[in-house]
Design a binder for this molecule. Structure first.
Ligand code: FAD
Ligand code: NAD
Length: 467
């Protein structure tokens, strides 16, 4: 039997980052992955492939909508979905191979097969060839991630009623696509096909799209997406989706309880994801999942069995790659006797539409509900010289600060390159900056980052300069 200090089940961003950090800290480390490639949801069917297609479709959109105004005449521009998918597959293959390289470089032993718990210090791997390997291990880290969720009546058949995984491998550009769920996946993948010419109809249960984000963000993003041709059916309860052979038929109840029928070529189900623990044998070590299917952990990511830890999408909290990575680092350093720390309030969230939406800290509604006295500074992207130069004028940046102390409590932005811009706000909040601190930092001109300075100035006694 092989013996390790730590055995990690699952090679997503949580698992593989934990493996590298454990190895750096001198632990003999094993990682088990049931698929042939490493990298989990994020690298194979999540973050990386979706961003590859978002970028390709954005280029197409610019060529067909914006190039001529820039003085670039292009004729016969066509979207070649086969080439877009091939390029995406190449990006995924290279990125997954990069993780394998990192495992080898750090002397981490990789096992391919289904990993399961035999007891609190033994793990079994069953390979595709049914060969069984037993591993004796001091500690175990469960990083088994999540799978797409769905509700009764909208069960994906993976042909016409699809999840994100199938949407990332489409062989045609549909004329019309229904998207159930106006959250991150629905709007990102909806954007991909919308830009390629597909009519996108979003059917959302809540009153707004991206309902967990700051209300200004959902309002602004609604304007942008409607302009791009999205139809938003808000406050609609999906009753049934059927594959009609050549397409799909969806029946929902609107807010007046009237029946609404929508038809399209495909229906993308994007109503969230659920923790994945199938075949993991939790019960063999005395563990079980909670009512939400998650593995319960304490503040050190430790389960009720002290030698077993869990991180990422399979435990509580945001289902984000960078959150899983932070938790992977945390467990490695905790096991090494260090004192790591994660501030969950400062984990940024991004929606990769164009413009992008990004946020950190609390929303206006959350702070009001907490009874915090706040002040808000906001600055429109269209007032920036940089935005006019690049013809990217939609969006706004909102800084929320404590009314008395001026400490920044939340930053929410819909802006070109917001995914990268948000990091200035995260850094500032990590050091508990005030709005005035941000406002007094010299920002390069002309950049989108000036909008954050201006929003901070607006939050500091309404001192914005360029509006
Ligand atoms: P996962 O990445 O899900 O990895 C778990 C791994 O464990 C899988 O490879 C699985 O095969 C393996 N596994 C499970 N059970 C076993 C077993 N018993 N034995 C062996 N192996 C097992 N997040 C972002 O932060 N930014 C984004 O832009 C983003 N985009 C996304 C786009 C899409 C379309 C999707 C679906 C998700 C996206 N996410 C994004 C979310 C992100 O992918 C997840 O939060 C992240 O992958 C979670 O990491 P993890 O390590 O917990 O689990
Ligand atoms: P989500 O939670 O972002 O959105 C789900 C949406 O579906 C919500 O707006 C919700 O109100 C709606 N909904 C729920 N039940 C419904 C119903 N019965 N009918 C109609 N609408 C319904 O989930 P997602 O978009 O599926 O994404 C899953 C996870 O993956 C998220 O937690 C997200 O963090 C992660 N992800 C992140 C990124 C990113 O960071 N850019 C990208 C994609 C996915």
């Amino acid at each position: 039997m092989s013996t390790f200090d730590i055995t990690i089940i699952g090679s997503g961003p949580g698992g593989y980052v934990a493996a590298i950090r454990c190895a750096q800290l001198g632990m003999k480390t094993a990682i088990i992955e049931k698929y042939d490639t490493l990298g989990g949801t994020c690298l194979n069917v999540g973050c990386i492939p979706s961003k590859a297609l978002l970028d390709s479709s954005e280029h197409y959109h610019n060529a067909t909508h914006n190039f001529s105004e820039h003085g670039i005449d292009v004729k016969d521009v066509k979207a070649n979905i086969t080439q877009m998918i091939n390029r995406k597959n190449e990006v995924v293959a290279q990125t997954c191979a990069g993780v394998k390289f990192l495992m080898d470089k750090n002397n981490i032993e990789v096992f391919h097969g289904l990993g399961s718990l035999v007891d609190k210090n033994t793990v079994k791997v069953v390979g595709n060839d049914k060969k069984e390997t037993l591993i004796s291990t001091k500690n175990i880290l469960l990083a088994t991630g999540s799978k797409p969720n769905y509700f009764p009546g909208m069960e994906p058949d993976k042909k016409r009623i699809i999840t994100s995984t199938e949407a990332l491998n489409m062989t045609e550009i549909p004329k019309k696509m229904l998207v159930i769920g106006g959250g991150v996946i629905g709007l990102e993948l909806g954007s991909v096909f919308g830009r390629l010419g597909t009519q996108i109809d979003v059917v959302e249960f809540a009153k707004t799209i991206v309902p967990t984000m700051d209300k200004t963000m959902s309002k602004e993003l609604t304007k942008v997406l409607k302009k791009e041709g999205f139809k938003l059916h808000l406050q609609h309860k999906v009753q049934k989706v059927t594959n009609t052979g050549k397409g799909v038929k969806l029946v929902a109840l609107n807010k007046k309880n009237e029946e609404v029928t929508l038809e399209a070529d495909y229906c993308l189900v994007a109503v969230g994801r659920k923790p994945y623990t199938d075949g993991l044998g939790l019960e063999n070590a005395g563990l079980k999942t909670n009512e939400r299917g998650q593995i319960d952990v304490n503040e050190h990511m430790q389960t009720s069995v002290p030698s077993i830890y869990a991180i990422g999408d399979v435990i509580r909290g945001a289902m984000l790659a960078h959150k899983a990575e932070e938790e992977g680092m945390y467990v490695a350093e905790h096991l090494a006797g260090q004192k790591p720390h994660i501030d969950y309030n400062l984990i940024p969230g991004v929606v990769y539409t164009w413009p992008e939406v990004a946020s950190v800290g609390k929303t206006e509604d959350e702070l009001i509900a907490e009874g915090r006295e706040i002040k808000i500074g906001q600055f429109p992207i269209k007032a920036l010289g940089r935005a006019r130069a690049s013809m990217d004028t939609a969006g706004t940046i909102k800084v929320i600060a404590d009314k008395e102390t001026d400490e920044v409590l939340g930053v929410h932005m819909i802006a070109p390159r917001a995914a990268d811009l948000i990091m200035e706000a995260v850094t500032a909040m990590e050091y508990r900056a005030s709005a005035e601190d941000i406002a007094r930092i010299c920002h390069p001109h002309p950049t989108y980052s000036e909008a954050l300075k201006e929003a901070a100035l607006a939050a500091t006694d309404d001192r914005a300069l360029h509006v």
